[in-house]
Design a binder for this molecule. Structure first.
Ligand code: KG4
Ligand code: ZN
Length: 385
């Protein structure tokens, strides 16, 4: 199709909701022309978690070069793009505002349409973008999406009517997000920040059955709960109990000295690698790590598949940072196919935060003419519907 025709449009996506400054250009919701992610991990590492003030400052420094790189990588210019899409929320208000303010300024100066995107919808469209890129345009409904990241653990039933998508939340975490549990346990055990990727790698070296966490601490009796609004069954999650169980295990098994010696041994290494951690983790610690991951994965997969069965789902999306986890993917693939489900994940680069997913989620809104005015603002707690 010709450029400028409605169905062939290049959208610039901008994402600054947390600790990644990202920009990407996606053509017609299906062809990723560029995808630039500037990670702020190094800036937050000394604090062991994301510091909102630091995140805003880092976004301010990175936003202009990251957008320029995304445009040049796509062989596009400020003038050749058809629309600008930006994450409105949920996320850190100050961080979101950097992307929103820049996107508004660009849209105003270039006289291009502006599209506000929910970050969680972005994670869902990361799957759709890559499926379309592979040539798969068929989707069997109902679709269930598990969005599982550092800030979120949500189950959505996704429906499409014409070009528009809508979402019904049928489950969420009552306390910590799954990625937050990975990060907090990793921090407790001195495994670096963010901890998910290292827990993933180390788990392969430990016995996942070494420690039995009591089921009652891991499972939430929500399976029979109904949504008071519509009487639909709910499938909520809870991960703070698991975190506390690990803390208690560390205390009762006197693991603090070995954690401290690991912390001291790794402190001088600028970017510790898997081998560095392995050299400083004994069998007991590796067993604890593998058992934690096994428990969390079993809980996530079990509840999600129970929800899929209750809603007679045909297709399951698993997306968000924690969807990069190897054991989670394997479990979903095995148990999902046994349950007759088609399970789809984004590639690992599109599992974690990026702007290609924002540009992809904006495309149906572009087609529908669903544009944002200049008066919208960041919404830290934006709900997906
Ligand atoms: O989607 P994302 O980049 O940001 C949010 O929207 O939160 O997700 C980041 C989260 C972090 O908690 C990180 O530890 C986790 O995803 N994560 C992983 C893995 N890779 C990233 N957790 C488990 N296994 C992984 N391989
Ligand atoms: Zn995210």
């Amino acid at each position: 199709m010709q450029r400028g025709m409605q169905r062939d449009s290049a959208i610039l996506g901008i994402e600054t909701s947390c600790d990644e400054t990202a920009a990407a250009v996606v053509r017609s919701g299906e062809t990723m022309l560029s995808n630039v992610v500037y990670s702020q991990i190094a800036a937050h590492q000394p604090y062991g978690g994301v510091v909102p003030e630091v995140a805003s400052r880092e976004h301010l420094k990175a936003i202009v070069p990251v957008v320029r790189q995304a445009l040049s990588g796509a062989n596009e210019t400020y003038n050749s793009i058809d629309a600008i899409a930006v994450t409105q929320g949920p996320g850190l208000a100050g961080a979101l505002l950097v992307g929103i303010t820049y996107a508004k300024a660009l849209a105003f100066a270039l006289e291009k349409p502006l599209i506000a995107v929910n970050h969680l919808e972005g994670h869902i469209h990361a799957v759709l973008l890559e499926e379309r890129q592979k040539g798969n345009h068929e989707l069997e409904f109902p679709v269930l999406a598990l969005v599982v990241s550092g800030g979120h653990t949500h189950l959505y039933l996704a429906t499409q009517s014409g070009e528009s998508w809508s979402y019904e939340n049928i489950g969420r975490t009552r306390d910590d997000a799954a990625g937050e549990a990975f990060d907090k346990v990793a921090k407790l055990l001195a495994l670096g920040y963010p901890g998910g990727p290292m827990v993933d790698k180390l788990s392969k070296h430990g016995n996942p059955k070494a420690i039995k966490f009591a089921g009652s601490q891991l499972k939430h009796p929500d399976r029979n709960k109904k949504d008071p609004q519509n009487d639909h069954p709910r499938f909520d999650f809870s991960y703070s109990g698991m975190k506390t169980a690990i803390l208690r295990h560390v205390e009762t098994h006197n693991l603090k000295p070995s954690i401290e010696s690991r912390r001291n041994a790794l402190a001088p290494i600028p970017k510790p690698k898997l081998e560095d951690y392995l050299a400083n983790c004994d069998r007991e610690t590796l067993g604890l790590i593998a058992s934690f991951q096994r428990s969390l994965v079993e809980d996530l997969v079990g509840k999600t598949l129970a929800a899929a069965q209750a809603y007679n789902v045909k297709t399951l999306f698993v997306t968000g940072g924690v969807a990069a986890n190897n054991e989670l993917r394997e479990r979903f693939e095995q148990d999902g196919s046994r349950a007759g489900l088609r399970v789809m994940f984004p590639s690992r680069p599109l599992s974690t935060d990026n702007a290609a997913m924002i540009a992809a989620a904006a495309y149906p809104k572009f087609l529908a003419g669903d544009f944002a005015g200049m008066d919208f603002s960041a919404e830290a707690g934006l709900v997906l519907r």
